[in-house]
Design a protein around this ligand. Structure first.
Ligand code: EPU
Length: 433
């Protein structure tokens, strides 16, 4: 009785009903990268002139970032995939807790607020479902640049001491190549007095995208995309027009895996193959043929064989594609070992995949996945953004109709995923509960 009541409640929640077992075909479009767009938007705090971004994805996280920036006095105008941000009358240096807590990337505003206004008070974002996600490296970097930083009652207050209104260039060696810390320090250091270096910097393409935007605003940054970044501070930055956000490598990887799990040939575009090298290698290793075609990739899956992955900072296999890859391995021939090395709690999709008949043994942060010939449908919940994507992939390949809830996570990071997949032959309906 209790079980029946729980199951019926499950499907009253907003969910996708995915009728599995249909092939995909044709071309699927990749939107701009969420994790680039979010940080590029905060970079607009660094100048009073308008910064115009294009290829911005339509996501709830982007809407959340618009609200956070507006709470600081930024003027935001949005049309289609274009956002213009003008910080000519900032009236706040403290984004509200509720907003920062719901969107971790907004903590990264501390760097540009400090660099531009000399002061910032930003609530600590707290842990999240996938791990504790500390920000000690961000804070250590700001201190090295001469800021006085105080963490009290859950709020980080950072200011430039004395009468100077500029930070000082410094040599910073990160303990770990944190993406957010590298981005925070970059944005603080661009307006500092003198030269800064970041060693053991994150090499993710989103960091490079940020450096390219800042350079087009007048910054002098070299080495981004590698482990040593050099920033020659400038007195001020100007605006820029029409800056295109890079294509989302994680969305592209998710679609390539959607093709592989449904054993379908699909053209995924636009893709920058170098942003996905480790992923493309693993897809080839498991039996897919990948061809570069124009600005996209065509994937033709073969008989999918099990391969092992270990998540690593870029250029290694990205943690954000670990869950989707596990869904693929759940239907591969043989046994794969999937090790999560970035986050301590990013295996919550294992239980949901098991509900669909996957054979997975979890040992700490390592999953041993024995492929099964097919998955079965079930009501499942995505516990975080990428776990939700994994459930969608599993649903595309399963026998029967899978109900995937947890859409608030999915909508944070996938721009119209069901419309894009449906256009390629998937059968997915959204139910708003
Ligand atoms: N870390 C520390 N100390 C720090 C900062 C980070 O130990 O001071 C550790 C974290 O605990 C974690 C690892 O370093 O274990 C990586 O964290 P990082 O700071 O690089 O991640 P982030 O900047 O918070 C971004 C993406 C994540 C993505 C990671 C890794 C944004 C908004 N988020 O997070 O994206 O997983 O880089 O590539 O850019 C997602 O899109 O689903 C997502 C979680």
């Amino acid at each position: 009785m209790v079980v029946a009541a729980a199951a019926s409640q499950e499907i009253l929640k907003p969910h996708l009903a995915i009728d599995g077992g249909h092939s995909l075909r044709g071309e699927i479009r990749v939107s701009g990268a969420k994790n680039s767009a979010l940080v590029l938007m905060t970079a607009a705090l660094l100048t009073e002139e308008p910064v115009e971004l294009c290829n911005v994805p339509a996501l709830t996280d982007i809407a959340g970032m618009c609200s956070i920036l507006e709470s600081l006095g930024m003027r935001v105008s949005r049309r289609d995939d274009r956002i213009t941000l003008t910080a000519d009358a900032l009236n706040g240096t403290e984004p509200p807790y509720e907003l920062v807590n719901s969107l971790r990337a907004s903590f990264f505003s501390i760097g540009p607020l400090l660099g531009r206004l000399g002061h910032a008070r930003v609530p600590l974002p707290g842990g999240c479902r996938i791990g504790a996600r500390p920000v000690v490296e961000h804070i250590r970097g700001l201190k090295a640049l001469g800021a006085v930083v105080d963490v009290r009652h859950g709020i980080v207050t950072a200011s430039i001491p004395g009468r100077r209104n500029r930070l000082n260039g410094a040599q910073i060696v990160l303990d770990c190549p944190s993406v957010g810390a590298t981005e925070t320090i970059l944005m603080a250091a661009v307006l500092a007095d003198g030269v800064s270096t970041i060693e053991n910097a994150a090499q993710e393409p989103e960091v490079q995208d940020l450096a390219n935007l800042l350079n087009s605003m007048g910054a002098k940054i070299s080495g981004a995309g590698g482990p040593l970044i050099t920033i020659e501070g400038v007195a001020q930055l100007h605006g820029c027009r029409n800056y295109p956000v890079i294509p989302d490598r994680i969305e592209a990887g998710t679609f390539l895996m959607a093709a592989a799990i449904t054993r379908s040939t699909l053209h995924v575009t636009p893709v920058i193959p170098e942003h996905l090298s480790a992923v493309l290698q693993k897809l080839r290793d498991c039996g897919c043929v990948l061809e570069v075609n124009g600005d996209g990739l065509t994937i033709t899956p073969g008989d999918i064989q099990a391969v092992d992955i270990t998540t690593q900072p870029f250029p290694g296999f990205p943690t954000d594609l670990q869950a989707p890859f596990m869904a693929l391995m759940a239907t591969a021939k043989g046994t794969s070992v999937i090790s999560e090395k970035i986050y301590e709690n990013r295996m919550q999709h294992v239980g949901e995949l098991q509900r669909m008949g996957a054979s997975i043994r979890l040992e700490g942060s390592t999953a041993i996945v024995e492929g099964v010939p097919f998955l079965g449908s079930a009501p499942v919940t995505g516990s975080d953004l990428r776990a939700s994507a994994a459930m969608v992939l599993a649903g595309l390949s399963a026998n029967g109709t899978t109900q995937v809830s947890g859409l608030k996570h999915l909508d944070r990071g996938y721009d119209n995923i069901e419309a894009k997949l449906t256009r390629c032959g998937a059968r997915i309906n959204r139910h708003n509960g």
